[in-house]
Design a protein around this ligand. Sequence first.
Ligand SMILES: [Zn+2]
Length: 322
Amino acid sequence: MRRIRRLRATIHSLEQFENAIIQEYLAVPTEFKPVYRSNRWRTSEILGSLLASHGRSCAYCQGTLTQSDRGDVEHFRPKSHYWWLTYNIRNYLISCARCNRVRKGDRFPLADGVPNYDFSRRSELKEEPRLLADPYTDEVERLYGAVVDDTLILVLPLVTTSDDDNSMRISEYTKDFFDFNTNGLLVKERTDTVFKALGAMKRLRQGDLTAETDITRLANRYSPHGIAVRQILMPKYDAQLPSEAAQVDWFVDDTIVEMKMLDRIIAVNTNAKDARFLKEINGWALATLWHNSPADNLEAIERKLNNENYSDYVEQFQRLLS
Ligand SMILES: [Zn+2]
């Protein structure tokens, strides 16, 4: 897992739904049954702002998201119980379909059989004894480390008995809950990615400068298994790993490349609905990064958008962010 930094992006339409559902409850709490405006969390605005903070991999297993969309918008605390968080973007993560639908579903286990907190305890959720790691608030990159285990790359808890009980309980539980080391395809994808990066590092050391591009892409927190790659390479090759700004730069460049491709698809297909939607998601993602890049390289982002004639397109979204 990797730490996901929230980027400031207020989604006004979502706030309205959040307020409305709470008002509905307060009006007649005894008969309250939430009516979900489904798919309100699958807009280009929400997917784009989540893409800007998550990059292209699952928040839990770090695996690749599907080709056809940008993954599932997953409610960290499930809406079936924590209904008041249904429209709260702070409760949203991007995950692969397997982690969301097969592994997690409506489950949000707590320690020692404690029942999930209800609306009356909504201000105490920080103290809820949850068993799942939260990539927004937990130091997940310190909870887990990628290790070489013979021919495999596994992800194991780093916490020891000297750490607090809470971290230990969460790291062990989450690893098993999401099958970090028992889902064959996931382990294979992680292993292949790390070995590809090791190969690129070898090529770089032999003077092949093209390998640098591969390392920037693979050892990147916005790429699938990028944190695992960084953890394996760090002890020996720290100086060759892309900096924070270089990682954001790569992600912006990569998103622009994808936008250009989508533009070509749109130009030759009048009915390219999916391509238009994906382009909008990318537009929102770039606007969110331009609005508050985690690497503080706003000018570099602006220059890239200007060079590729995307600044007007992205600015229309950027104006709506606050
Ligand atoms: Zn996943």
